[in-house]
Design a protein. Structure first.
Length: 160
């Protein structure tokens, strides 16, 4: 299968067969299943989504990202999911030209930030770690949009 694929692709792209093989890494995280880095001739894949979805990942994501590289080699810098990419997916790779995957990303999410409780005169607010740290360092002060009062750390009862 791979040799017939190379035989179909290489002549159309006018590149050496050995150049069809991109660098591949498995360091992608988050909701993306894969990315193509055109100038580096590199593909990156999400190992968690690959492990969870197996053959479906290989059948859908790998050709999707590889098509980006092949279109770049053939047509240069064009629209990521434009006519050239759709042609490559459907006519050459014989894969449906889907722009996005439908895999669950629940287990491959990146960071889950801790929230910190702050209060004002009318309610409790949940601030991100970034805003909490800015308050601790004295770099920022946040106010409630409803009552206008400065936000105070909820467990800091000495300021109430």
């Amino acid at each position: 299968m791979a040799s017939s694929f190379r035989a179909r692709i290489a002549p159309r792209l006018a590149i050496a067969t050995k150049d069809l093989y991109p660098k591949i890494s498995f360091h992608l995280r988050g909701k993306s299943a894969g990315t193509a880095h055109l100038q580096r001739w590199e593909l990156r894949f999400n190992p968690i989504l690959l492990a969870e979805n197996g053959q479906a990942f290989i059948d859908e994501v790998v050709p999707h990202e590889y098509a980006h590289l092949l279109v770049y080699a053939l047509a240069g810098d064009v629209a990521p999911h434009g006519a050239e990419w759709r042609w490559m997916m459907e006519e050459i790779l014989a894969v449906p030209a889907n722009r996005t995957h439908q895999f669950s990303t629940e287990n491959s999410r990146t960071r889950q930030y801790q929230k910190f409780s702050y209060h004002c005169g009318c309610q409790t607010h949940q601030l991100t770690t970034i805003r909490h740290n800015r308050l601790l360092r004295g770099e920022a002060q946040y106010h409630c949009k409803q009552c206008g009062a400065a936000l105070v750390r909820a467990d800091d009862s000495s300021t109430c």
